[in-house]
Ligand binder design. Structure first.
Ligand code: TRP
Length: 455
């Protein structure tokens, strides 16, 4: 469903709501980004910090966004405007909504390019490109894709068209129904892949890599990355979950629903890690290969397992689907904002928002080839060697998401009354007290420490 401010529609059921939230949160973040960040940050210690961030910051923050949305019943900017007016708080809090729209736009611009990679891999699976691949050829395959701006552009365009199509048609409802079967299918397929990984001979090594923290390997920047990724993977900090909350009926238990979404999201990410790292180690691949990690490991598995052709095809189809449901949630805020502030219709707004996102996506497309050595902020040590894609990722995950997240928990924790919050959260006194400690102290202090120490 779409979350128009003037139609006070509500989710048809708690199930529909939870599915939509899972659809937004489970995506490339879980299957593409989590494994490669883990590999770049040295494994177990990163995973542990990530899990701590998810449960101590992400979960309370998800609940905060939902309850703000349910109180405001509007889009994030108007919601923050209404609530601040009613509570006589500074209008500056509205910046949370503004930063959210900007961030969602920046994220979608590169998200769509990676969604395009997954589309390209569907096509490769269809023509049976994976069979018999070895370490070298799997790298070449990926390298050739990245080296071709035209090809990347075509797949990126197709992914954007798919996303625009759903948002224009308002057929997100149909997509949600599909999500009901496809999300579980994705989980089952990941479990099967983990089963395959168990036969590679390096399963223990892969599992130990993920779950044995070696703190000598993690840097401050790695900790900030884990924090930022906790926001990214749960779709937090961009007002998206706030918008979803605005359609929430009063009887839905926010705490329990948030726990379901967080656990599902985490399980999918860990399964992806458990499927990928044994393959990495069994084949002597580089765990720190970066954004290409899943595209350079899984095809190797598909190419060498019985029925791998079908597995590969199914996997990339489901990956695209997961990315698609997330991409829709990223486009929606910008579309709404344009629609509210311009004479354009819903369709017109969607096309303008989509085109603007598509255009910025060119920066990411070119970052992997022609502009591969172009580091716009290279004069600063911190950004040395970072391409435009790296910068977009940095600005969103390491700046915008943590900062808007911080603002949200500060607002909910310190500028809203206890009774109002209590009435929104139908949970035991003990759980409520715990949530409040997290929102007032743990989350903000954690974000500030991590943020400041990495600068
Ligand atoms: N959570 C999605 C993923 O993991 C990406 C995403 C969708 C997102 N909506 C978002 C990230 C809002 C940040 C904010 O793939």
């Amino acid at each position: 469903m779409s979350y128009k401010s003037h139609s006070h529609a509500q989710w048809s059921s708690r199930m529909a709501f939870v599915l939509a939230a899972v659809g937004s949160s489970v995506g490339l973040g879980n299957i593409w980004k989590f494994p490669y960040m883990t590999g770049e940050s040295g494994g177990g210690a990163f995973v542990l910090v990530y899990l701590i961030c998810i449960f101590l910051v992400g979960l309370p923050m998800l609940m905060s966004e939902w309850l703000l949305g349910r109180l405001g019943q509007k889009n994030p900017i108007s919601t923050m405007g209404d609530i601040t007016r009613r509570l006589k708080r500074s209008r500056a809090w509205v910046l949370i909504g503004v930063a959210g729209i900007l961030g969602a736009y920046l994220i979608l611009s590169f998200y769509s390019v990676i969604g395009g990679w997954a589309l390209a891999y569907i096509q490769m699976a269809v023509v049976d490109t994976f069979s018999g691949l070895d370490n070298d050829s799997v790298g070449t395959l990926f390298g050739n894709l990245l080296a071709s701006p035209v090809e990347l552009l075509l797949w990126h365009s197709l992914f954007m068209i798919m996303t625009i199509g759903v948002v224009v048609g308002g057929v997100a409802g149909g997509l949600e129904r599909a999500a009901k079967t496809l999300m579980p299918a994705l989980a089952v397929l990941l479990v099967l892949l983990v089963g395959y990984a168990a036969t590679t001979g390096a399963f223990a090594e892969g599992a130990a890599y993920l779950f044995t923290p070696d703190f000598s390997k993690i840097t401050r920047d790695g900790i900030l990355a884990a924090l930022g990724h906790a926001f990214f993977t749960l779709s937090l900090g961009m007002g998206i979950m706030m918008a979803y909350g605005s359609y929430l009926s009063d009887d839905v238990n926010i705490g329990r629903s948030a726990l379901i979404v967080v656990v599902m999201d985490t399980v999918i990410a860990l399964l992806a890690g458990l499927a990928i790292f044994p393959i990495v180690f069994a084949n002597g691949l580089d765990a720190a290969a970066g954004p290409g990690l899943i595209f350079q490991t899984l095809p190797l598995a598909f190419g060498n397992m019985a029925g791998g052709w079908l597995f590969g095809l199914l996997f990339f189809v489901l990956l695209v689907f997961a990315a698609w449901t997330s991409a829709i949630s990223l486009l929606e805020p910008l579309v709404e904002w344009i629609e509210e502030r311009s004479p354009l219709s819903r369709v017109g707004s969607t096309i303008v928002a989509g085109l603007a996102t598509w255009a910025l996506g060119l920066a990411t497309v070119l970052s992997f080839n022609i502009w591969g050595d172009f580091a716009p902020l290279g004069m600063f040590d911190k950004f040395a060697g970072m391409t435009l894609f790296d910068l977009l990722d940095y600005v969103t995950s390491k700046l915008l998401l943590p900062l808007t997240g911080l603002a949200t928990v500060l607002f909910v924790g310190w500028f809203m009354g206890r009774d109002e919050l209590r009435s929104q959260l139908n949970m035991s006194d003990g759980a409520f007290a715990l949530w409040r400690v997290a929102v007032r102290f743990i989350a903000p202090i954690g974000v500030v420490i991590v943020f400041v120490s990495s600068l």
